[in-house]
Design a protein around this ligand. Structure first.
Ligand SMILES: [Zn+2]
Length: 116
């Protein structure tokens, strides 16, 4: 089905939706935050100084030529994502979750949605 571009997009959209449903669900279960952030440049920008350090996917180490930071590229990206999430919540103090978490108040989980 993924060779059919129309179906592949639908399948990809459904998978992403299910993944974010799970993240939202567990955020509610563990009484914590679930915040979606734009992924752009999270693996390229330096989490310390913000300089864009272009690298191929095969380059696993982030080495910033500006501030000298050296760390695994995934660690750098995780810090960038955390910083984006924190930045997007500044000024928001009323609720920990947004959107679809209310779907689970009746004990339903994303797995229940799969079962129909
Ligand atoms: Zn840097």
């Amino acid at each position: 089905m993924v060779k059919n571009h129309h179906l592949a997009k639908s399948i990809s959209d459904a998978s992403w939706s299910l993944f974010t449903d799970w993240v939202d669900y567990y955020a509610k279960v563990f009484d914590t935050w679930s915040i979606a952030v734009a992924p752009h440049y999270t693996s390229q920008d330096c989490s310390v100084c913000g300089t864009r350090v272009k690298k191929s996917l095969s380059t696993r180490t982030h080495k910033c030529h500006c501030c000298g930071t050296v760390m695994h590229r995934d660690h750098n990206a995780a810090i960038m994502i955390l910083n984006k999430g924190i930045k997007s919540t500044v000024g928001h103090t009323e609720s920990k979750a947004s959107g679809q978490n209310d779907l689970y108040l009746g004990g339903k989980t994303p797995l229940d949605k799969l079962a129909g």
